[in-house]
Ligand binder design. Structure first.
Ligand code: PLP
Length: 389
């Protein structure tokens, strides 16, 4: 008999009742170190006092008015996102996939009047952009699309980090390129800065829009506000979500004025997107993360964690093959099924996230310190020792 909760997840038999910083507590009072952070969501950890205060304050005043009226906190968050990025304008959503949808619609609408034959989008193999029909069509991965035909037409996929393949895929109908600077669900596969720069140059040469999916990489995860900053390029459109609410559902589609100038009243909408609760939390998250000193600290912390983890593949070759990633978006490619590594780490009180390409992902809250790094490494070593023997 089907469960009341639609069984689309193979869940671990664990339920948490409380969180504090990087730690989660289950029903029996057992403590777990959360290096998955709700899949790269809880950037400031659990129950951060500044976020709790912002949400509580807003909750007792006003929850929802709709986008039929001005929402001052939405205007404020949009101004801040515009001020610290390439973008001139922002559409708020409740999730990552909705931010991608807004970007895909922005791409089509941009060309609709002037060059209507242009509608195709080039995407990368191994990518993940969400679970709607449009975004599974964009990613095209077998495990996402199985049984969901017919897919949305208009996506062309090429191998990542292969600029010749991308150039060869550009045709008269191509409108845009969509990519993740680091493929998250795909297994922490990093696009090289050279490749990112070459993609930008090709987009300029052929009059294409460059859209980035920074839903997982954005909001400080890599030690910069956005991962594109490492490559020294700027996109035309970008989707963000996960860390933006640090656990409160909120996403956003950012765009340059030129790319979004056809997104006029009536062209797109959302009932809940940009509501006062989400905006209160989003602003509170930026209070802390949109700060050079905070981001420097993330980079230093990431350096220490990477240093500590870098020895694992050499010491436990039967368990780990290599360490990948940037900042606090890390992956250990496993030499045995990653699900075995996840389960052993969990038994040691360490929560990790699975990833494609047989990777376990480490996506800790950005606020971790030396205590958490040491505890995570100890748990991983114990797990690896047990798995090696
Ligand atoms: C999580 C994620 C999405 C989907 O976000 P949802 O909020 O689950 O819709 C899309 N792209 C990337 C890169 C992601 O990591």
């Amino acid at each position: 008999m089907i469960t009341p909760v639609m069984p689309t997840y193979a869940r671990a038999d664990l339920a948490f009742v409380r969180g504090e910083g990087a730690w989660l507590f289950d029903e029996n009072g057992e403590r777990y170190l959360d290096f998955a952070a709700g899949i790269a969501v809880c950037a400031l950890g659990h129950a951060h006092p500044h976020l709790v205060a912002a949400l509580n304050e807003q909750a007792s005043r006003l929850w929802h008015t709709s986008n039929l009226y001005r929402i001052p906190s939405q205007e404020k968050l949009a101004r801040r996102l515009v001020a610290n990025s390439f973008a001139d304008t922002v559409f708020f959503t409740n999730s990552g996939v909705e931010a991608i949808e807004c970007g895909l619609k922005t791409i089509r609408r941009h060309f609709a009047d002037t060059e209507p034959r242009r509608y195709r989008v080039i995407t990368l193999e191994g990518s993940f952009h969400g679970r709607s029909i449009a975004t599974i069509s964009a990613a095209g991965q077998e495990k996402l699309i199985k049984g969901f035909d017919p897919l949305l037409e208009g996506f062309d996929r090429v191998a990542p980090n292969d600029i010749a393949a991308l150039e060869a895929a550009i045709g008269p109908e191509t409108a845009a390129v969509l990519l993740e600077p680091i493929q998250g669900e795909g297994g922490i596969r990093v696009l090289s800065p050279d490749y990112m720069q070459a993609v930008r140059a090709l987009c300029d040469k052929h009059g294409l829009l460059l859209m980035l999916d920074e839903i997982q990489t954005g909001i400080g995860r890599t030690g910069r506000m956005y991962a594109y900053q490492w490559a020294g390029i700027e996109p035309d459109i970008m989707a963000i979500a996960k860390g933006l609410g640090s656990g409160f559902p909120v996403g956003a589609c950012l765009a340059r004025e030129e790319a979004a100038k056809e997104m006029t009243p009536g062209s797109h909408g959302t009932t809940f997107g940009g509501n006062p609760l989400a905006m209160a939390v989003g602003n509170a998250v930026l209070d802390i993360i949109d700060d050079a000193a905070f981001l420097d600290k993330v980079s230093r912390t990431a350096g220490h964690l990477q240093q500590a983890l870098s020895q694992l593949p050499e010491r436990y070759p039967a368990v780990f093959e290599e360490l990948r990633g940037t900042g606090l978006m890390l992956g250990l490619k496993c030499a045995m099924p990653n699900t075995d590594v996840l389960a052993k780490a969990r038994a040691q009180g360490l929560l990790l996230a699975p990833g494609g390409d047989n990777v376990v992902r480490l996506l800790p809250p950005l606020i971790i310190g030396e205590e958490e790094i040491a505890a995570a490494c100890k748990a991983l070593e114990t797990a690896a020792e047990e798995l090696s023997s």
